[in-house]
Design a protein around this ligand. Structure first.
Ligand code: PLP
Length: 388
């Protein structure tokens, strides 16, 4: 079996004969203490000091104007896109290689995703493909809106996703946005702790959305956060995601149709403790990625496989390690043999335009997306915290 050396390598790394998951949460810090504190105080719900603290800690960590906690990453995306001005009938350009939440959010807003190819090295929305698509299919109207020629719909924003934690080419994407009057919203659900040049992902566009789902680099059980570059937009977003209630000692007055997207204090307590661990996780995940890299560079069974590395302009959090197989057959063999041996691996998500609800969406050429979809495999990526 050709994958035997890989299976041995992963088992050696995690020092276990048990099932090895793709990514497991770990609680070795103040998690118990902070969560117990919310129970003792009875402040487990939508009000409490951990929510404020978690928002402030994330804003400081990412250096964003304001951070707004939400109930999950999908809700963070929805709120971010809404604050960015996306409305019913609008088009938002995104990538076909992403997790389905990116598109579901648009669908439920009555907006439509339009798929453009990914770049070969960033695995995220390709600035060149984007510029070419717009040049061929769009124009900027007299009132300064980017309009799709074929349907006269407004293209409001672009929504790149930092795949597996590897940052997109943000300077180039921002330049296209400026030329075409588009807002940049970043799906940074996978990229907490990843930097584009020296800026944290999710802070270069107007808005970025983080996720703290159980499989992400840190978790709150379920949770998300909107990173807002502009503090005032952030203040409004906080208002909007907390039912848009105008502060008053007892009256209920709401000045717009808000969302109840609040993260409970119980979850925020977990988040505060997890965030304390993040710097250590980042070190350990980079170490793990470098170990995979040297394994794949030296093992004779994997001469034709290529380990996915961060783009040269970026520092990635290496959330999910990935390997590019030579072809579909090699991919399927790797998936079957590793999973059979209790080492979890996974193909990349099926491309969005192949799912029933998004197959009718407009799209450009998706050559790189299709090429990678047939070859990418994610590998076990939990940080190895205990060395035995
Ligand atoms: C995890 C994830 C989300 C959604 O986060 P939830 O917290 O699960 O709602 C959105 N986009 C991408 C790319 C993700 O990986």
């Amino acid at each position: 079996m050709e994958t035997k050396t890989l299976i041995e390598f992963v088992r050696d790394t995690y020092q276990t004969h048990d099932f090895i998951p793709l990514h497991a949460p770990q609680f070795h810090g103040n998690e118990q203490a902070y969560v117990a504190d919310t129970l003792d105080s009875t402040f487990v719900s939508s009000v409490g000091r951990y929510v404020d603290q978690f928002e402030q800690d994330i804003a400081r960590f990412t250096n964003s104007g304001k951070a707004v906690a939400t109930v999950n990453g999908t809700a963070a995306l929805h709120a971010a896109l809404y604050q960015a001005g996306v409305r019913q009938g609008d088009i938002v350009i995104t990538q076909a290689l992403t997790f389905v939440a990116t598109c579901n959010t648009l669908f439920h807003m009555g907006a439509e995703p339009l798929f453009v190819d990914i770049n070969r090295f960033s695995f995220s929305l390709c600035p060149q493909a984007l510029a070419e698509y717009l040049a061929e299919h769009a124009f900027v109207s007299d009132d300064g809106q980017c309009v799709l020629r074929a349907t006269n719909q407004v293209i409001r924003a672009i929504l790149p996703m930092h795949t597996f934690g590897h940052p997109a080419q943000l300077d180039e994407l921002l330049a296209v946005c400026q030329q075409w009057h588009l807002v940049l919203v970043e799906d940074a659900a996978e990229s907490l702790g990843s930097y584009y040049k020296d800026q944290h992902t999710g802070t270069l566009g107007g808005f970025g959305a983080l996720s703290f789902n159980g499989n992400k680099i840190i978790t709150t059980g379920g949770g998300g956060m909107v990173l807002c570059r502009d503090q005032q937009a952030g203040e409004h977003l906080k208002h909007l995601t907390t039912t848009a209630k105008v502060a008053h000692p007892y009256e209920f007055y709401h000045d717009e149709a808000g969302f109840n997207y609040r993260m409970p204090n119980l979850n925020a307590a977990l988040g505060c403790a997890q965030l304390e661990q993040l710097p250590n996780y980042l070190v350990k995940k980079r170490e793990l990625a470098m170990q995979y890299l040297s394994f794949f560079e030296s093992d004779v069974n994997f001469r034709e496989h290529c380990f996915v590395q961060e783009p040269e302009y970026a520092q990635s959090n290496y959330w999910l390690n990935a390997i590019v197989c030579p072809d579909l057959q090699a991919r399927d063999q790797l998936l079957a043999q590793t999973n059979q041996a209790g080492v979890m691996t996974r193909p990349v998500w099926q491309l969005m335009h192949t799912l029933p609800m998004y197959q009718h969406c407009l799209r450009g050429e998706l050559t790189n997306s299709e090429w990678y979809a047939a070859r990418l495999v994610n590998l076990p990526s939990s940080p190895v915290l205990m060395s035995i």
